[in-house]
Design a protein around this ligand. Structure first.
Ligand SMILES: Nc1ncnc2c1ncn2[C@@H]1O[C@H](COP(=O)(O)OP(=O)(O)OP(=O)(O)O)[C@@H](O)[C@H]1O
Length: 240
């Protein structure tokens, strides 16, 4: 992994202040306040349609809130996002990486070596020249993580990054998340997988019907959720 952030400048807090999102007059996210700080792994949970992706896209700046503010308490840090189905260019795995380095104005002479370093880190060296779009789901996800790794992000958002993967590929992604975290990156992720959330979460944000019902340390949420909806959810009884 890259140089640890923890030994560099601290990652600024991300504050959502009464952030709401409406579409065609329909409230999809009720006014929500939330602070994400430190180098924690925050897992956003909730049933289908609860607003998890919306909240994450608002936090990452991909969506503009209908009302409220999304504010970094300091300089906006480098952020990356990994999606359930990564969007990859119609180029080789290697070229997908050198392209990102070109966009970020990395010196031309260093791009290939750095891209190979990323491929190596994510076990993709032998696939360097394979078209990215024919890679398997798990390989594509590792390539998306390699692409994020090149940016050396202070904050990494993952939206259902493992939900289309088999157990070995899930483990590879989880290992990568742990390695990002160990190097000081703040992790913000959504998952439907309770076991994964228990393995990875430092704190849990629980949403239901477009409302944030809880933001608690993971041990608290899994042992004794405060809300009836949270209790039903971890017992598998809250479908939506
Ligand atoms: N950009 C958008 N414009 C309009 N409606 C949206 C937009 N994004 C999401 N929605 C709607 O907002 C609601 C919450 O969607 P979201 O994707 O955040 O749910 P989720 O909790 O991530 O669900 P899932 O677990 O099924 O992925 C859904 O009803 C969805 O159709």
């Amino acid at each position: 992994m890259n140089a640890p952030f923890s030994t560099q400048t601290p990652i600024p807090d991300l504050q959502l202040e009464n952030v709401s999102f409406e579409h065609r007059g329909q409230a999809l996210l009720a006014p929500t306040s939330l602070t994400l700080s430190g180098s924690r792994r925050t897992v956003i949970m909730g049933p289908n349609g609860a607003g998890k992706s919306l909240l994450m896209r608002l936090a990452h700046g991909l969506l503009v809130p209908t009302s409220g503010q999304v504010r970094w308490q300091g300089k906006t840090p480098v952020q990356a996002m990994v999606f359930q189905h990564p969007v990859l260019l119609r180029r080789s795995a290697l070229d997908n990486l050198t392209y990102v380095l070109a966009i970020h104005k990395a010196p031309r002479a260093k791009r290939k070596a750095r891209a190979y370093q990323a491929l190596d880190t994510f076990g993709l060296t032998s696939l360097a020249h394979r078209p990215a779009r024919v890679l398997s789901g798990g390989e594509q996800q590792r390539l998306a993580l390699a692409r994020a790794w090149l940016l050396d992000p202070a904050v990494l958002f993952l939206d259902e990054a493992t939900s289309a993967l088999d157990p070995a590929a899930i483990k590879a992604v989880e290992d990568a998340v742990m390695a990002f975290h160990a190097s000081g990156t703040r992790i913000v992720m959504t998952t439907h997988d309770l076991h994964q959330a228990k393995r990875l979460a430092d704190d849990v944000v629980f949403l239901h019907n477009g409302r944030l019902l809880e933001h608690s340390p993971a041990e608290t949420f899994f042992a004794a959720p405060r809300s009836a909806e949270g209790r039903a959810f971890i017992q598998g009884e809250l479908v939506w």
